[in-house]
Ligand binder design. Structure first.
Ligand code: ME8
Length: 640
């Protein structure tokens, strides 16, 4: 039976970070594992390029949207190529074939009566590309997911009859308890559906950067909602709407997603597929969230770790190993250089790298690099049994995506190998004239390394190829069948010297994370004890604080919280700052007063207005007060 494995398609509004890398690593690992087992496996990844968010990012970068999308999409593709990601296809939602497939799907749903035209009025978060009912908004205005301000949009829209699929979805979850993995996530999905599904607005007229709805509807001001467009990539990639060339891979066996987008994949996606009369994927696998040193990473916060930077400092495959070893699938994980370095030194360098070096060294000394497995069974049946037991446990862990348990189990092999060397002391056996025994121990360890290399291959393909080359065999489906399934041993061969695979790391090789920006959307701030969060003085001075004078202030219509201020910072023109202080200050009372301003924040858009700075303020249960200089100072005076 063939397998089809997918990652989400990544938005092209910024470059990849290690969160994206994790999803891609795990999907790549699973694909390589299936291929090693001889399964016909198709692996899809790509980029999600439509929608208002991308259009706005392109505008901010002063680039035509397509050119901007081309550039960022290429950074993802190049990155995956550098990381040796073995995708069979890299799809872009701006591909003509994809657009045609999406239009075809829309036509099918429309013809079935699952899409109808109406009006939509609601609170829309541009950043999340999602409408929210008023009841879900924070303070009646802010997005419940990202904390950013929402805007009210009223527009003509086509709707997908999501409500029609409520019962069918619930029945499907009940009949397929492994549809959503880990199983612990099913309840949040069921509860959401039981809460009532409203029909989904699936077109927009407020912007143009999207797939046009089919010409047959004669309504060309509508472009498709980005999530309808994006989710369909999983079938358009297989030729849906064109020639169905690879539809034999559908339904997908495993669709990896971050937990943030589980709802889209576990509710909307199956409903779309039901409407298209297509089977549902076997598993939607939701992984947890990666933080950096305990802080949520995000493009807007500036503490994002680029996978390339880590790879350049620590080697790409070490990062793959770390991420897949560090967290149980489904749970959140934290990237810290300390934890990373510990794993490199103790697990990769000590347990694995040193074992290979010792075996090369001993076989060079005792047998001119010749290894012969002839006596392994005779002297080491106990070790072989233990090894085979661990090898036999691996598949179940991989099938459950529990890569941390898989690697933990695999590392038992190195413990057996290292234990055999310490326990049997081949050097002593050589001195005692028991050469057969000594060489059998060396050969045992060489075989352990060979089998472990095969099973580690999906996670560290290049490194394990070097190990296999040193042991004079190739890692492929044949050697997997022979050495792992068949439990056979390598025959007689010459071992080759290799440079150390995992040099020890003594010091962190990358700069530490920048300080979190205090105005990051609230979900991105985590509560930490001060002592866990000490910063260098240089980090503090990365923030430019200045004295400013409010020269103009007005209320923002329809907003309970926001005031729009013009602030003089002694620059050639005033800064516009949109501040959430309306409940505490009237606009008039602020004019002519001095404030402290964070002057080097990236401009943000709040309710459609640019805010180019932030006022310092203190807020407690009694209210909010602005922080001001004790005596008037010249505008633009630095604070610090
Ligand atoms: O949501 N930790 O794209 P996206 C772990 N285009 N994983 C993370 C992560 C983090 N800190 N940050 C991102 C989209 N990810 C849509 C998907 S699919 C039809 C459309 C991973 O660029 C995680 O897998 O925001 C998440 O689901 C994915 O990147 C979303 O990337």
């Amino acid at each position: 039976m063939s397998k089809y494995i997918t990652t989400p398609i990544y938005y092209v509004n910024g470059e990849a970070h290690i969160g994206h890398a994790y999803t891609t690593f795990i999907a790549d690992t699973m694909t390589r594992y299936e291929k090693l087992k001889g399964e016909d496996t198709y692996f899809l990844t790509g980029t999600d390029e439509h929608g208002q968010k991308i259009e706005e990012s392109a505008q901010k970068n002063a680039k035509p949207t397509q050119e901007f999308a081309d550039e960022i999409s290429a950074t993802f593709k190049n990155l995956w190529d550098e990381f040796d990601i073995s995708y069979d296809q890299f799809i872009r939602t701006t591909d003509e074939n994809h657009k045609r497939g999406v239009q075809k799907a829309f036509e099918v749903m429309y013809a079935k009566g699952d899409i109808y035209k109406d009006f939509y009025e609601g609170h829309y978060c541009v950043s999340c590309e999602t409408f929210f009912p008023e009841t879900q908004l924070e303070d009646g205005e802010f997005c419940p997911d990202c904390g950013r301000s929402t805007s009210i949009i009223k527009e003509e829209s086509y709707f997908f009859k999501l409500s029609k699929y409520e019962d069918k979805l619930l029945k499907y979850y009940e009949d397929h308890p492994d549809f959503i993995l880990p199983r612990s996530r099913i309840n949040e999905v069921i509860n959401f559906v039981k809460g009532g599904l409203r029909d989904l607005s699936v077109t927009r007229t407020s912007f143009t950067w999207g797939v046009k709805i089919p010409k047959s509807l004669n309504d060309d001001k509508h472009v498709m909602y980005v999530w309808l467009d994006a989710l369909l990539n999983y079938i358009t990639a297989l030729g849906y709407g064109k020639d169905d060339a690879n539809m034999k891979y559908w339904p997908a066996s495993t669709q990896f997603v971050g937990k943030d987008i589980l709802r889209f994949h576990a509710i909307y996606w199956p409903a779309f597929l039901m409407s298209l009369d297509l089977p549902l994927p076997k598993h939607i696998c939701a992984h947890g969230w990666w933080t950096r040193d305990g802080e949520k990473m995000s493009k807007s916060k500036g503490n994002v770790i680029a996978p390339k930077v880590v790879a350049d400092a620590y080697r790409a495959e070490n990062l793959r190993y770390f991420m897949l070893r560090e967290v149980p699938f489904g749970q959140d994980g934290d990237f810290s250089q300390r934890a990373f370095i510990d794993r490199i030194n103790s697990e990769l360098s000590n347990d694995l790298g040193n074992l290979l070096n010792r075996i090369i060294g001993m076989s060079g000394k005792y047998s001119e690099f010749k290894i012969d497995s002839v006596d392994v069974q005779k002297y080491h049946s106990k070790e072989l049994d233990a090894m085979n037991e661990a090898l036999g446990n691996l598949d179940a862990f991989m099938q459950q995506m529990q890569t941390h348990r898989y690697l933990e189990e695999l590392w038992k092999l190195f413990a057996i190998g290292n234990g055999a060397i310490t326990g049997y002391e081949p050097w002593a056996k050589m001195k005692e004239g028991k050469e057969d025994e000594a060489l059998a121990t060396v050969a045992l360890v060489a075989n352990i390394l060979a089998k472990a290399a095969i099973m580690l291959h999906p996670i560290m393909p290049k490194t394990t190829n070097i190990i296999a080359d040193a042991l004079n065999f190739e890692i492929n489906h044949e050697s997997y069948k022979d050495l792992v399934l068949g439990k056979n041993l390598l025959k007689v061969f010459n071992i080759k010297k290799v440079p150390p695979l995992f040099p020890r790391v003594e010091e962190p090789l990358m700069p530490e994370a920048p300080v979190a920006q205090p105005n990051a959307p609230k979900e991105e701030q985590s509560v930490k004890k001060e002592e866990d969060n000490l910063i260098e003085i240089g980090q503090f001075f990365q923030t430019s604080l200045k004295v400013g004078m409010i020269v103009q202030a007005e209320e923002v219509p329809k907003s309970k919280k926001l005031l729009k201020l013009q602030v003089d910072l002694g620059e050639h023109s005033n800064r516009q700052v949109v501040a959430g202080i309306k409940e505490f200050y009237s606009a008039d009372s602020l004019i002519g007063t001095q404030v402290c301003v964070v002057a080097n924040l990236k401009p943000a858009k709040l309710m459609g207005m640019i805010s180019d700075g932030m006022l310092l303020a203190a807020k407690d249960e009694h209210g909010l007060c602005l922080i001001r200089p004790e005596k008037a100072k010249k505008v633009g005076t630095p604070i610090g």
